[in-house]
Design a protein around this ligand. Structure first.
Ligand SMILES: Nc1ncnc2c1ncn2[C@@H]1O[C@H](COP(=O)(O)OP(=O)(O)OP(=O)(O)O)[C@@H](O)[C@H]1O
Ligand SMILES: [Mg+2]
Length: 381
């Protein structure tokens, strides 16, 4: 489980830290830096996949010219914090695996337009298991630091490899999928065959159907899978009166729920899922079911979920446990760098949680106002 992410000079963070739990929620106004945190996870995921720094940052194309990895937003010119006038950035990740604690640090420099590692280290339970500083990272034949991560030689890299990023699009989720595809695409592609794989396992199917019954207002009791003329698998939802309706005609909210379930319950699950605005397209009155599902699944399966949100309703629904890993990203006026503040660290938050409630505080911009006052106080001190 990833427990902490620290970003220095990365995107709009000068030095900020995100605490994570089984279910991590990130709030903040538009352009505060929520998706920049997602970019940091993408960077780490790229390292986990064994890509070179230039591939992670600039994009990677397969041998057939197809896009295998989308470049980082802003690519090489906007990965380090612009206002710092420095081309280096640091990422520090803490995680646990089989009761062991790991600390991964990397420091990246941009030298003559090329990103290089200046420092990379991994420690296990406080003991260094590898450390490469600029002394041994420096390639004296070219007088520049070496380009790629050595982390891929370590078993724990799989934790970073098994991160998935989803921004569900009902139009992608309703498409027929090629047979055998068991991994949900970033936008919900392959939904029919992922659900088919879940349904092939009676225990998984039972969990799936329980949540489908609870989450969808339609009375869906089963799924059918039909092969179309191209050999692709099309999804049909079976209602309690026996009517079958194809996914093409299913509602957007239903497809979103199904895609989230497919992501979390599908075979070969990831270690961590990053969702953007998980509430989008979901009626506020049904949001509690989604939160309940995410809290229960993450607590029992060891899967981690991180989501960004703009939803006051969602914030009001979070359990005590999830609130421990809920943070606000905030960019103080007149400052170029953003801070990350856990919700439970705000003054009087327990009382305010009872009355007027966290959702109300969020909807009225209370967190941002409180932070701007705290920031002013800090500046005055
Ligand atoms: N290299 C950089 N240096 C400084 N600031 C940057 C850099 N790259 C991005 N930013 C800032 O980050 C902002 C975008 O942040 P991000 O996309 O994370 O917002 P967000 O919180 O996800 O917002 P939304 O809710 O609208 O999606 C930009 O508007 C810019 O101000
Ligand atoms: Mg965003």
């Amino acid at each position: 489980m990833i427990t902490r992410l620290r970003l220095q000079n990365f995107k709009n963070f000068a030095d900020a830290e995100l605490k994570l739990g089984a279910f991590t929620v990130i709030l903040g106004t538009n352009a505060s830096g929520k998706s920049n945190i997602r970019d940091a996870f993408r960077f780490l995921h790229g390292i986990g996949r064994g890509y070179s720094l230039s591939e992670i940052i600039g994009g990677k194309f397969g041998s057939g010219g197809q896009l295998e990895w989308e470049r980082m937003r802003g690519a090489m010119y906007e990965i380090a914090r612009i206002q710092s006038n420095r081309a280096d950035f640091l990422i520090n990740l803490n995680f646990t695996d089989n009761a062991n604690h790991y600390d991964y640090r990397s420091e990246i420099y941009n030298i003559d337009g090329r990103f290089r590692f200046a420092y990379e280290s991994l420690s296990e339970n406080g003991k260094s298991i590898f450390e490469l500083s600029s002394n041994n990272y420096w390639d004296f034949s070219t007088l520049s630091p070496l380009p790629n991560s050595d982390l891929k030689n370590f078993e724990v890299t799989h934790n970073l490899e098994r991160i998935r990023f989803h921004e569900i699009d009902p139009n992608a989720a309703k498409l027929a999928s090629p047979p055998g595809q068991k991994v949900l695409g970033d936008h919900g592609e392959n939904l029919p065959t992922v659900l088919q794989a879940i349904c092939a396992d009676p225990a998984r199917k039972e969990t799936l159907m329980e949540w489908v019954r609870a989450l969808t207002p339609m009375d869906v009791v089963d799924f059918k899978f039909r092969t179309d003329l191209n050999g692709f698998v099309q999804l049909y939802l079976v209602e309690s009166d026996g009517a079958e309706i194809s996914a093409v005609s299913a509602s957007d909210g239903t497809l979103r729920f199904l895609a989230l379930l497919a992501a979390l319950l599908g075979p070969n699950p990831a270690k961590l899922y990053f969702f953007e605005e998980i509430e989008s397209g979901i009626h506020p009155a049904r949001l509690h079911l989604l939160i309940d599902m995410l809290e229960r699944q993450t607590a029992k399966s060891g899967i981690q979920v991180v989501t960004t949100t703009h939803s006051p309703e969602l914030l009001s629904l979070l359990s005590d446990e999830t609130l421990k890993s809920t943070s606000i990203v905030y960019r103080p006026p007149g400052r170029s760098d953003a801070i990350i503040k856990p919700v439970l660290e705000f003054p009087n938050i327990e009382e305010l949680r009872q009355q007027p409630g966290l959702g109300h505080l969020h909807a009225t911009g209370w967190f941002e106002r409180a932070l701007s006052m705290m920031d002013g106080k800090q500046a005055a001190e």
